[in-house]
Write a protein that binds this ligand. Structure first.
Ligand SMILES: [Zn+2]
Length: 443
């Protein structure tokens, strides 16, 4: 289990580089997480379980790799470095230019003309040193294999499906939000995904409190016992200020995957809770707040999201742009009407990306964060109105997106109940292990 910690730690670094724009949010989240998952002494009692029933499409097909006849061949493996090509690698492996030419001029040999650093070539020779097989390993999952037949080579593609193991992770959020250098032992990807899943109900910047906790059941992908990557969250629970939210992943007949409550309601709502890629938020919804510009109490009827200039602003929901203009107070602004009932307003934009009358989809970029109009710094001022009345965008109850259709309900229940049961089982086992451990250490 300790080994696993190191692996995930490494993975975390890689991902952090992939998501530079989200680093701030990540740092904020990661810094708050104490993940007890891989470290708890009760770990040996909880073994990962291979999923028996297909939950995602990836699980449907069994591994297709064929047994290779390694016994008769002597293998060499060469990693493609920068500047390498088939010739340089073959020379290094000491095979004749003639064989190499035969392979590269074969119908499927074209792919060998563009080798990329990090890929591998495996040369298999018989005991007289003749090249019998060449494996072009593009990824751990995909290889192109060239096999000698008489005096030429035939090619085939070998694709392997990773073995998917369900892993469990849990954590408690503590108060050292910005101070703590502690890192979560869960991959960043999972933390991001969790924020996405629960982000419709919970504001991950404003609403998180010390003592909030979560539990995740997620996929780990393995090839020959070696961990390849972390896959999707299949079930999760998040307890925010003593209110528990649960989500489970479900893939319908069309192959579309979404997260639902155990009751089959979509986690996704018809409005985004926060209409931008969040970095930080400076101020909440407070009707008695002192406005920084006017230096007096001015009713603040929205929420201000401080964010760097240029941060994309999304349409919180699908609708029609009723206003897109400029005024002395609002700066560049966009108003969107959503059906008969809802209006959302976006002020102080640096740039508008939509025109009056235009139809927009949820999450479509309608502008960028700026500081135009009466504004002290770069931020988005966002308002949410129901039947013309301002509501707090952070706490207003948002209408649900489409639930699981009645016709799919039975199938949904059959698919998600075992997963939810497993999550509950892991959680209970972990709690028991913690109690036992505390009892033991007390003695
Ligand atoms: Zn404001």
């Amino acid at each position: 289990m300790i080994k696993k910690v190191q692996e995930t730690g490494h993975f975390l670094l890689l991902l952090a580089r992939d998501f530079p724009r989200r680093n701030l949010l990540l740092a904020a989240l990661a810094g708050t997480l104490i993940v007890t998952v891989y470290l708890s002494p009760g770990d040996n009692k909880i073994q990962p379980i291979l999923i028996a029933e297909p939950i995602t499409i990836a699980l449907d097909s069994a591994p297709t790799v064929k047994e290779e006849n390694h016994l008769q061949l002597i293998w060499q493996e060469h990693l493609v470095g920068s500047g390498d090509n088939l010739s340089t690698l073959s020379q290094r492996a000491k095979f004749s230019a003639k064989d190499v030419y035969k392979i590269s001029s074969s119908p499927n040999g074209k792919s060998l003309r563009n080798l990329y650093p990090g890929e591998k070539l495996r040369f298999g020779a018989n005991d007289t040193g003749q090249l019998i097989e060449l494996h072009y390993v593009k990824t751990p999952l995909e290889s192109q294999v060239f096999i000698r037949q008489e005096d030429s080579f035939v090619a085939e593609t070998r694709v392997r499906e990773p073995e998917i193991i369900l892993s469990y992770g849990e954590g408690v959020i503590e108060d050292s939000l910005y101070l703590s250098g502690k890192q979560s032992n869960l991959p960043d990807k999972l933390i991001m995904e969790m924020a996405d899943i629960f982000g419709w109900d919970i504001d991950f910047v404003f609403d998180i409190r010390p003592g909030d906790s979560f539990a995740l059941l997620f996929e780990d992908r393995f090839i020959e016992g070696v961990k390849l990557s972390t896959g999707n969250i299949v079930a999760a629970s998040f307890t925010n200020r003593n209110k528990r939210y649960q989500a489970v992943r479900y893939t319908n007949k069309k192959g579309q995957s979404n997260y639902y409550t155990p009751e089959g309601l979509s986690m996704r709502k018809t409005f985004l809770r926060t209409p931008l890629d969040i970095f930080r938020i400076s101020d909440g919804f407070n009707l008695r707040r002192k406005h920084p510009i006017h230096k007096k109490i001015k009713a603040h009827r929205g929420v201000d999201y401080a964010a760097p200039r240029g941060t994309p602003v999304y349409a919180a929901g699908g609708g029609k742009v009723t206003e897109a203009g400029y005024s002395k107070y609002n700066g560049n602004y966009v108003f969107i009407q959503h059906g008969q009932t809802y209006i959302t307003k976006y002020l102080h934009l640096d740039k508008k990306k939509v025109r009056k009358g235009q139809t927009v989809k949820q999450r479509q970029i309608i502008g960028t964060v700026g500081s135009t109009g009466y504004s002290t710094g770069s931020h988005l001022h966002y308002e949410f109105l129901i039947n013309g009345v301002h509501r707090n965008p952070r706490t207003v109850t948002l209408p649900q997106a489409r639930p699981i259709p009645k016709t799919d309900r039975l199938e949904f229940d059959l698919a998600v109940s075992p997963v939810l049961a497993q999550l509950a089982e892991y959680k209970a086992a972990r709690q028991l292990a913690t109690i036992q451990n505390n009892t033991t250490s007390a003695n």
